[in-house]
Write a protein that binds this ligand. Structure first.
Ligand code: 3Y8
Ligand code: NAP
Length: 249
């Protein structure tokens, strides 16, 4: 009998949890605890770090986990590395459920940079209205470019005010819509967007909005992904679990 631990925090993780709940497969979804009110799930949820690789190994053993699904965000690189190492040490099956990187389409004006520092460097020069659609964790890196007016979008109201002298803050959680993001960009006179190459549909609206407004996007490429079995579909996880065979899906 499989006992599944999903490392969550993405649209795909939530979709997998729903599919497993439908099949009454024993599964727990794990959040780091970064947001105040994470989305409710149709399977039991645990919140908080494990305490590094050793902590995750202990958790896998104590909870008798048989299958570990890393469905975290492509930029959650530390969690993904820990998952591979801990699954190997604990002798637990492991797969990554992730989404393909976004690829620039006709009409996109993207500049690729390798990381946050690369994105900061593209903002040298005179003041602009920048949509910094990276969430909360990397805002301070942009303090070396204080000349711009930044539009920030956080999931929760921050306890400490963001360390950028000129900024507007929107508190909202995705998935977002392109109409909503077009309105937001027009209201704030945005002339450049900074984005992570998250992939998926939940954060894609801003790219569609940028394309229709003819705005440039600085696209931060993903950190390297650990060597592991990977699927881009929930069905790929169900097959890996052997559910597809059972239910003929
Ligand atoms: C805590 C769980 C679901 C999952 C929904 C997806 C889509 C909406 C779009 C923009 C980009 C950003 C951010 C974003 C999106 C989905 C997905 C996604 C981007 C929640 C969630 C958790 C988090 C953590 C949060 C980060 C932040 C990043 C905001 C829940 C809502 C910018 C990533 O304040 C903080 O510390 C927040 C940090 C990591 C990145 C950052 O650096 O700030 N996500 N987001 C998870 C946990 O505790 O384990 O609260 O329900 C999940 C989702 N956010 O089930 O519907 O699948 O990607 N999340 C990015 O893509 O750049 C917003 O504004 O355009
Ligand atoms: P990270 O930098 O890769 O991980 C840092 C530490 O956070 C991990 O070592 C682990 O702590 C803990 N952690 C991360 N994800 C966890 C999970 N799902 N369950 C339990 N502990 C977790 O991770 P991150 O980038 O901060 O992402 C945190 C969460 O936000 C993840 O669920 C991710 O899917 C979600 N998210 C992140 C982004 C993003 O842009 N980074 C975007 C959307 C959603 P211990 O070492 O103590 O075990």
């Amino acid at each position: 009998m499989s006992n599944i631990l999903i490392l969550g925090g993405t649209t795909e993780a939530s979709a997998l949890a729903a599919a497993l709940a439908e099949r009454h497969a024993p599964a727990v979804l794990s959040y780091a605890g970064r947001t105040d009110r994470p989305r409710a799930q149709p399977v039991p949820v645990r919140v908080g770090g494990f305490g590094g690789v050793a902590g995750l190994v202990r958790h896998l053993r104590d909870e008798r986990v048989t299958h570990l699904v890393d469905a975290t965000h492509p930029f959650a690189a530390t969690m993904s590395e820990h998952a591979v190492a801990a699954a190997r040490e604990a002798g637990v099956e492991h797969i990554m459920l992730t989404r393909p990187s976004w690829v620039a389409a006709e009409g996109d004006r993207w500049t690729h940079v390798p990381d946050i520092a690369g994105a900061v460097a593209t903002l040298n020069g005179s003041a602009r209205n920048v949509m910094l659609a990276l969430g909360r964790m990397h805002v301070d890196a942009f303090a070396v470019q204080p000349q711009h007016h930044y539009l920030l979008r956080f999931v929760d109201m921050p306890v400490v005010a963001p360390g950028l002298p000129r900024h507007s803050l929107v508190v909202d959680r995705g998935p977002f819509t392109s109409d909503g993001d077009i309105r937001l960009m027009r209201d704030h006179g945005i002339d450049i967007i900074i984005s992570k190459n998250a992939g998926g549909s939940g954060a894609q609206a801003k790219l569609i909005a940028a394309r229709s407004l003819g705005l440039p996007v600085v696209m931060i490429d993903r950190p390297p992904c650990p060597a592991a079995q990977v699927t881009h579909e929930v069905s790929g996880v169900l097959e890996w679990l052997g559910h597809a065979a059972e239910r003929g899906v």
